[in-house]
Design a protein around this ligand. Sequence first.
Ligand SMILES: O=P(O)(O)OC[C@H]1O[C@H](OP(=O)(O)OP(=O)(O)O)[C@H](O)[C@@H]1O
Ligand SMILES: Nc1nc2[nH]cnc2c(=O)[nH]1
Ligand SMILES: [Mg+2]
Length: 168
Amino acid sequence: MTDRLPHEKGFHVSWDQIHRDARALAWRLDGKGPDDGGWRAVVAITRGGMAPAMIVSRELDIRVVDTISVKSYNHQAQTQPRVIKAPQADIMGDQGEGVLVVDDLVDTGKTLELVRKLYPKAHFATVYAKPEGRGMVDTYITEVSQDTWIFFPWDMALQYVEPYRGRD
Ligand SMILES: O=P(O)(O)OC[C@H]1O[C@H](OP(=O)(O)OP(=O)(O)O)[C@H](O)[C@@H]1O
Ligand SMILES: Nc1nc2[nH]cnc2c(=O)[nH]1
Ligand SMILES: [Mg+2]
């Protein structure tokens, strides 16, 4: 996409931080499921939604967990989102009612827009949200600005850096 804000800022999330934020998301979702027995299942939007979905399902003691694979980005370049793998039909029911769909973040909202069309009655939750896609999420924890790129711990590695006085 050409008319989009560049990602000028970086928001670096550690394992500890994503663990705490995903837990906070779970606690916020607790008790918000259907009256007749709560959330039936958690569906992670792979791949980024898998770690948060695991933490949410653990916190809320939900044992039925599935995935939907949506590919939207090639590194930082956005492409048309497409479903590569769908969740089990009997888990989703007719329109996803009682199912918690979890992703790490919403940016433009294109990924969630696609999944919402498929399962309009599911509940959509992300850990992080940017303003453009915020309207696509039912529940989220932390908002960052649109020109921020979020770096997750699974995409990072610890690296040696030269001491300040050692640089040329
Ligand atoms: O709101 P959007 O603009 O659609 O962007 C959000 C999506 O982009 C990233 O996934 P990506 O497609 O990069 O795949 P990944 O989860 O496998 O890294 C992120 O994990 C969200 O799923
Ligand atoms: N890691 C990562 N993936 C994204 N996909 C869309 N926006 C983002 C972002 O800010 N960070
Ligand atoms: Mg993703």
